[in-house]
Design a protein around this ligand. Structure first.
Ligand code: ADP
Ligand code: MG
Length: 147
């Protein structure tokens, strides 16, 4: 089944600074709907959290309040839509996601964004939009739809 790509005209993209990645996130945010799930793949420092800052900014959430929930697994922000920001980098057992009640978020009415989705691969819903961020030398980052 082909999931329609809400970002088809915006991606792939290349950014040359953290500010440009935040700006890209703001443009992507304009497309988001309640219930959307974004899985952000990419190495440490690829710019996932900067993209989330932009997504949040676009939804009326101050970007400086956004940081990777590396140790807490989940940050919640209140914007035009609620944003559920997951980071599975340090997850040790999948049960930790169940204990959080992740389904209420993934299948809820806010926007869910997940950093390190590969760590909880089996839990990523079918309807998730998958994006990949890549280091492309210096401060350049490539962002594209992943499959
Ligand atoms: P991740 O969440 O993928 O680990 P972050 O967004 O936390 O990545 O960090 C990205 C790091 O790379 C920051 O230190 C940022 O200043 C730096 N950086 C350099 N160029 C870019 C760019 N084009 N986009 C995003 N971050 C960049
Ligand atoms: Mg991060």
């Amino acid at each position: 089944m082909t999931v329609p790509d809400p970002f088809a005209d915006l991606l792939p993209a290349e950014t040359a600074s953290p500010a440009e990645t935040v700006a890209l996130g703001r443009r992507l945010a304009a497309r988001l709907q309640p219930g959307d799930v974004l899985a952000l793949y990419g190495d440490l420092g690829a710019g996932k959290t900067h993209l989330v800052k932009g997504l949040c900014d676009g939804l009326g959430i101050a970007p400086e309040t956004v940081s990777s929930p590396t140790f807490t697994l989940l940050n919640e922000y209140d914007g035009v839509l609620p944003v559920y920001h997951f980071d599975a980098y340090r997850i040790e057992r999948p049960e930790e996601f169940f204990e959080l009640g992740y389904e209420d978020y993934f299948f809820g009415d806010g926007v869910t964004v997940i950093e390190w989705p590969e760590r909880v691969a089996a839990l990523i819903p079918e309807h998730a939009v998958r994006l990949r961020l890549r280091h492309a030398g210096g401060d350049v980052r490539q962002i594209e739809a992943a499959r």
